[in-house]
Design a protein around this ligand. Sequence first.
Ligand SMILES: Nc1nc(=O)c2c([nH]1)NC[C@@H]1CN(c3ccc(C(=O)N[C@@H](CCC(=O)O)C(=O)O)cc3)C=[N+]21
Length: 286
Amino acid sequence: MKIIDGKELSAKIRQTIKQEVQEIKEHGNRSPLLSVILVGDNPASQSYVRGKENACLSVGMENRTIRLDANISQAELIQVVRQQNEDPDVDGILVQLPLPDHFETNPVLDQISPDKDVDGLHPVNAGLLLAGRDGLLPCTPNGVMEMLKSIGLEDLSGLNAVVVGRSNLVGKPLSLLLQQKNATVTMAHSRTKDLAQICSKADILIAAVGRPKMITSEYVKAGAVVIDVGINRMENGKLCGDVDFEDVKDKASAITPVPGGVGPMTVCMLLMNTLKAYKEHESYGR
Ligand SMILES: Nc1nc(=O)c2c([nH]1)NC[C@@H]1CN(c3ccc(C(=O)N[C@@H](CCC(=O)O)C(=O)O)cc3)C=[N+]21
């Protein structure tokens, strides 16, 4: 069994991003810039935002973190998003989620200019993905596709993929990407009947449900590739995936760990999206 190391793979991809950013700057061009908007002082969000700042630093990209008081209004937050839309130095905008309770998330995200939507969550980018057209892809699904590619799974013709979880963030877009690469995709979820039986037909099994260790060996076909998107924080503070790693690892041909799996790939794809947005901005003007 092979462990697909997301830390190692993301470091490798970051290296190529870093080189490209370096060349951009060497030619006297402005640097790509990611703007992160953080509302309130949720400790987990602060720690994630620090991770994104470090990631930008590691590839030589500019980073701007806008820290806002938890008590600002929806209208004030939207004003900040609009300022970033209009700022020609900004290539990517990310509003850290979750927002404090009194905000309505979707109306805020809808304000982000689709060409700066490096989270790939704007309805325009979701629509482009559905239509099979070029846009900014959501980071976690894109990171999963990169992991599959890293083990030689690029064309998925003839393979059954089962995605457990149908969220807008992961399950839904990932199902579309897998299908785009010719996999036969089953979108399973909490109401699916005989879930274990359906999962056990998968050549590629994706767990994106948010239930710690739910996927045990009875869900896994011998030789399957198992991708664990779950990041669950346990009472003891440790992270744990949706897959029971110890139970599944000897049955799978390849498996991703948590931590050190899909998580680091998500941040890496954020950098990739920012670079992509930068290139579009520079070639088409703003
Ligand atoms: N607008 C927005 N976009 C996001 O992409 C977004 C967000 N809001 N809000 C929060 C979630 C969560 N998220 C993670 C990214 C990387 C790791 C990651 O790298 N995790 C490490 C471990 C980190 C640790 O130890 O806490 C790992 O899995 O190895 C985890 C979680 C992005 N999110």
